[in-house]
Write a protein that binds this ligand. Structure first.
Ligand SMILES: CC(C)(COP(=O)(O)OP(=O)(O)OC[C@H]1O[C@@H](n2cnc3c(N)ncnc32)[C@H](O)[C@@H]1OP(=O)(O)O)[C@@H](O)C(=O)NCCC(=O)NCCS
Length: 167
């Protein structure tokens, strides 16, 4: 797939069935605990101002979603999450490109000065993706048990040095 064809667009309620299909077909449990933003887990099918959700598209195909949650008062900080719905779309640079686009929106349109995220230590693919997009490790938390039974560190990464040239 060509990264140049990747785009993001705002989530709409009609996207939920696609999302549910990804959750049925792909075992995300080794990688991510919350496969949806909290407002969708609570089945309130409508993003609020505290959560912004985008669908990731390549051509006509919707391949994933990314969202900003915990947007701080004053809209300076927000927490990023992302998933691509099927492993066949992984490892082609698409995640990195989607992260860049969402961060670009956060920086230029929202005025965010810090974007952070949490990632599991063993999720090397995600860590590499976030590093390519400019994130650095901010803090390593003590090992804990995750819902898939694994015991590992959780790592907070953040986008620092918001170099506008990169985005
Ligand atoms: C995380 C995710 C969004 C990344 O998107 P992606 O399109 O797969 O990522 P990219 O292709 O842009 O980058 C992945 C990088 O990790 C590398 N990689 C893959 N497996 C790896 C491993 N086991 N160890 C080290 N690097 C690895 C790839 O080679 C690539 O790096 P490169 O371009 O330098 O070769 C996607 O894989 C996904 O949705 N995963 C499941 C959900 C998830 O983990 N979400 C994040 C939770 S915090």
């Amino acid at each position: 797939m060509s990264v140049e064809r990747l785009s993001i667009r705002p989530y709409g309620p009609g996207d939920l069935p696609v999302w549910e299909q990804w959750e049925l077909e792909t075992d995300f449990s080794p990688y991510i605990t919350h496969t949806r933003p909290a407002i969708l887990e609570r089945e309130e099918d409508r993003p609020s101002t505290e959560t912004l959700i985008w669908m990731v598209e390549v051509g006509d195909l919707t391949i994933g979603a990314a969202w900003l949650e915990d947007i701080s008062q004053g809209r300076t900080r927000a927490r990023l999450s992302i998933l691509l719905g099927h492993p066949r779309w992984w490892d082609q640079g698409l995640g990195t490109e989607a992260v860049r686009k969402v961060c670009n929106y956060g920086i230029f349109h929202m005025g965010l000065v810090e974007i952070f995220l949490h990632v599991r230590e063993l999720n090397k693919r995600a860590i590499r993706c976030f590093q390519k997009a400019g994130f650095v490790v901010d803090e390593v938390f003590p090992r804990r048990r995750f819902p898939d039974g694994s015991i590992q560190h959780s790592i907070r990464m953040k986008l620092v040095n918001l170099n506008r040239g990169q985005y």
